[in-house]
Design a protein around this ligand. Structure first.
Ligand SMILES: Cc1cc2nc3c(=O)[nH]c(=O)nc-3n(C[C@H](O)[C@H](O)[C@H](O)COP(=O)(O)O)c2cc1C
Length: 368
């Protein structure tokens, strides 16, 4: 059969790009393939969201929301319970990373041991990047610890010892502030302490999310360690940028956070590009509406309809991000309180923007 007949129509129109030679990320016994990671996001990367990401595929490793080790330990000793954020984790498909924060090596070691032995998570991740005051100034944890690389090293070593061979990873920012860039020193301590991988978000904590992620600095962190795999993170908002970062900066993997709230299918697009295939288009607007409704069902199954409806408002806003009419949609969906209202607003919005001639995200309506 001639090649043209055998190929799908899109192969003819869009010939496959050459595959990017990217190796899977190996974290001890866990193979992250492709080396494209779903970032932990407090308030977002719950069980329902992770299920949506998993259904699209393409993410080599998924992560929970971070848990507070101190309150996890307290809950267990006083009530025999576990943090709500660990709901579903025992039965969930792997690979799955659970992230935790604290500044006390013993607390972190004991919760890490629990996660490794009882929850059998694939990866135990330590947060040294959170810039939120409650975690930094009040608890001297998260990015606060970047001012003390030796303590970061001690924490990582203790957790590695406690986790019975389950890979322990760390996630950092470039430093606490512009005047306190400690990422290279921290990376070296993390490596010496036996971590399996380090993720670097290319901002300092005082920036929160302002400015642009500094990928030159991320690449410098990668060059400063000898065997520790480094995952780069920050401002990846298209599949092409994910591939370019992997190809151009020397990192061993990339992590995507905010864009994957708007487009949980982005991981599958990156994976296709890495295989040398054309980038699959975003789902049609009708399909995106169905994805929002499916996500809503999953959230309601997990949290119940009342709480689920309120919780889903912010996810719906994220899905609409970058589409025309997003502001109007945000205003309407942020006020819904019942299932019927939520369904009405979503069902009304997507056909409306489709009829304005928009076929995909970032596109402008064909008529003004
Ligand atoms: C709402 C929100 C919650 C976040 N929660 C966490 C968290 O729990 N743990 C963590 O390490 N990073 C957290 N982050 C940071 C992201 O994992 C990521 O490092 C950051 O958003 C930069 O990546 P991006 O440019 O792809 O969004 C959070 C970010 C956002 C926007």
């Amino acid at each position: 059969m001639p090649d043209r007949e055998r190929a799908g129509w899109y192969d003819v129109i869009m010939p496959a790009a050459p595959a990017v030679p990217v190796r899977p990320l190996v974290l001890g016994s866990v193979v992250v393939d492709p080396p494209v990671l779903q970032a932990p996001m407090a308030g977002y990367t719950n069980y329902a969201y992770r299920q949506v990401v998993r259904e699209f595929g393409g993410a080599g490793l998924l992560a929970t929301e971070m848990i507070a080790a101190r309150s996890a330990a307290w809950l267990e000793t006083t009530r025999g319970e576990h943090p709500d954020r660990l709901w579903g984790v025992r039965e969930e498909p792997r690979p799955l990373a659970v992230q935790m924060w604290d500044n006390d090596p013993d607390n972190l070691a004991s919760v890490g041991r629990r996660l490794a032995r009882d929850f059998r998570v694939s990866v135990v991740d330590l947060n040294f990047g959170c810039p939120v005051r409650q975690v930094t100034e009040k608890a001297h944890s998260g990015s606060w610890l970047l001012r003390d690389p030796a303590r970061v090293g001690t924490i990582v070593r203790r957790v590695v010892e406690a986790c019975d061979g389950v890979p322990v990873t760390a996630k950092i920012r470039l430093g606490c502030a512009e005047t306190c860039h400690t990422a290279i020193e921290v990376a070296q301590r993390v490596e010496e302490a036996g971590a399996a991988c380090l993720t670097v978000h290319g901002r300092v904590a005082s920036q929160f999310f302002t400015g642009r992620a500094d990928w030159t600095a991320i690449a410098a962190v990668k060059r400063s360690v000898s065997r520790l795999p480094v995952v780069g993170n920050g401002d990846i908002d298209t599949p092409e940028i994910a591939v370019a970062r992997l190809r151009e900066t020397g990192v061993d993997g990339v992590m995507i956070a905010r864009e994957a709230l708007a487009r949980p299918w982005i991981f599958s697009q990156v994976a296709a590009l890495l295989r040398g295939e054309p980038c699959p288009p975003d789902p049609s607007l009708d399909a995106q509406r169905d994805i929002v409704l499916h996500h809503y069902d999953l959230v309601c199954r997990r949290f119940g309809v009342s709480r689920g409806t309120l919780l889903m408002r912010k996810f719906a806003c994220a899905y609409a991000q970058g589409l025309p009419g997003a502001r109007d949609f945000r205003g309407r969906v942020s006020r819904v309180t019942t299932r019927v209202e939520f369904l009405d607003v979503v069902r009304d919005h997507f056909p409306r923007i489709a009829s304005a001639g928009v076929s995909s995200r970032h596109a402008e309506p064909s008529s003004a």
